[in-house]
Design a protein around this ligand. Structure first.
Ligand code: SF4
Length: 364
C-alpha cells in the first residue's frame, strides 16, 4: 500500500445523524447510491439493496413516486441494514407519509415541493421524528426569480437558492440538514460547493447530477466530486451512473481510496490480457472486484490471463489466480497452491481471501 505523504484536511461541519450513520462532524466520508428498480416491486428492490450493501454502500436512497411505492417502504426498510433515504419530488404528502413508514432521511428539492407552507409541514414532521433532510438544489430546477436575476443557473444562483431554503428551514428551528448543490456541468458544480462551503456549516452530499454512462459518468464524477473532495469539502458522496448502481459504489470507493480518505482494501492487480489469454478475464476481475469491494483488509490480489507468464508477472501479490482455457492455478506469493478447473478459480480465490482475513482477525 502506498505511503501517505499528505493528507487532505476536511472542512469542519456540524454532525447530522441519518439512522445510525453520522454524516459530517468529522465522520468518515460515506458512500451512497440509489436503487433503480420500481420501488413497489419489493423483492427486486430488496435484491438490489442487498447487492448494494454487500458492495459497501452505506446509505441507500429509494424513490417514492406514488402510493404503491409508499406502501412497500416499511417492508423494504425492515430488511435493510443501511439507513433508508426516501427520495421525494413534488408531493409533500408522500414526504410526510414516508417518514411514518420509517425513512431515516428525506431527500427533497424545496423548489418543487409545492411552496413554503408545505415545506414547513415536512420540516416539522422531520423535527418531530428526528429524521434528517437533504436539501437538494439542482441547477436544472432553480426558482424563476433567480434565473431572471442571474440569466443562467450560475454557481451564485444555485448557492442563493440553497441559502434561501436553508434560512427558511432554520427559521423553523430545524438544523438536521445535509445540503447538495448539483449540476451536470462539472465546473458549475465544483464552484457551487466551494461557494456554499463559505456560507454554512452543514454537511454536504456531493455529486455530479446526470453524469451519464459508466465511462463518462465515472470520469465526470472523478473530476467533479474529486475536485470538491480535494478541497476538503464533502461528507457523503453519490456517483450517478446510467448503469447498475453497484457500479456507482465501486467508483465511489475507488475515488475515496485514490484521495486517501480510505486507506485499506483489496488491491486488485489484473493483466491487460493479450493473445495468450483464452478466458473471459474481464468478467473474472469484475466478479472478484464486486465481491471484495467492501473488505477493509489490505491485500494484493492478482488475476492473470495465462499460466505461462501470469505467475512470474504477479509474484508480488499476496494471492492470485492464473487462468487458462478450462483450468488454472491458485497461488500465494508466487507459489502454486492448487490446480483448479476454470469454473473453480474465482470461487476458490474468494474463499481463500476470506480465510486469510479470518486468520488475520484471529491472530489479533
Ligand atoms: S499474463 Fe499472460 S495473458 Fe496476461 S498479459 Fe501477460 S502474457 Fe498476456
Amino acid at each position: 500500500m502506498a505511503e501517505n505523504f499528505y493528507e487532505i484536511s476536511r472542512r469542519q461541519t456540524r454532525p447530522v445523524m441519518v439512522g445510525k450513520v453520522q454524516i459530517g462532524g468529522g465522520a468518515p466520508i460515506t458512500i451512497q447510491s440509489m436503487t433503480n428498480t420500481f420501488t413497489h416491486e419489493v423483492q427486486e428492490t430488496m435484491d438490489q439493496i442487498k447487492r448494494l450493501e454487500d458492495a459497501g454502500c452505506e446509505l441507500i436512497r429509494i424513490t417514492v413516486p406514488d402510493q404503491k411505492s409508499l406502501k412497500a417502504l416499511s417492508k423494504i426498510k425492515s430488511k435493510m441494514t443501511t439507513p433508508l433515504i426516501a427520495d421525494i419530488h413534488f408531493s409533500y404528502t408522500l414526504a410526510l407519509a414516508a417518514i411514518d413508514e420509517g425513512a431515516d432521511k428525506i431527500r427533497i428539492n424545496p423548489g418543487n415541493i409545492g411552496g413554503m407552507d408545505r415545506l414547513a409541514q415536512v420540516v416539522e414532521k422531520c423535527k418531530k421524528h428526528n429524521v434528517a433532510m437533504r436539501v437538494g438544489v439542482n441547477a436544472g430546477s432553480l426558482e424563476k426569480d433567480l434565473l431572471d436575476k442571474y440569466n443562467h443557473p450560475t454557481p451564485e444562483a444555485i448557492v442563493e437558492s440553497a441559502l434561501r431554503h436553508i434560512h427558511f428551514i432554520e427559521s423553523l428551528k430545524f438544523y438536521n440538514m445535509i445540503i447538495s448543490v448539483k449540476s451536470s456541468h462539472v465546473p458549475t458544480m465544483i464552484q457551487s460547493y466551494r461557494l456554499l462551503a463559505q456560507k454554512c456549516d452543514y454537511p454536504f452530499h456531493v455529486g455530479v447530477t446526470e453524469a451519464g454512462t459508466k465511462m463518462q459518468g465515472t470520469v465526470k464524477s472523478a473530476a467533479g466530486i474529486g475536485a470538491v473532495l480535494a478541497d476538503g469539502i464533502g461528507d457523503t458522496i453519490r456517483v450517478s451512473l446510467t448503469s447498475d448502481p453497484v457500479e456507482e459504489v465501486k467508483v465511489a470507493t475507488y475515488l475515496l481510496r485514490s484521495l486517501g480518505f480510505r486507506k485499506d482494501g483489496i488491491d486488485i492487480v489484473a493483466c491487460p490480457t493479450c493473445g495468450r489469454c483464452h478466458v473471459d478475464l474481464e468478467k473474472m476481475v469484475d466478479q472478484v472486484e464486486t465481491a471484495t469491494l467492501h473488505l477493509k483488509n489490505p491485500m494484493r490480489v492478482a488475476i492473470m490471463g495465462c499460466v505461462v507468464n501470469g505467475l512470474g508477472e504477479s509474484a508480488e501479490a499476496d494471492i492470485g489466480i492464473c487462468a487458462e482455457k478450462g483450468h488454472g492455478i491458485l497461488f500465494e506469493r508466487g507459489e502454486v497452491k492448487s490446480r483448479l478447473s476454470e469454473e473453480e478459480l474465482v470461487p476458490q480465490l474468494l474463499m481463500t481471501i476470506n480465510q486469510k482475513i479470518d486468520n488475520r482477525e484471529q491472530k489479533k
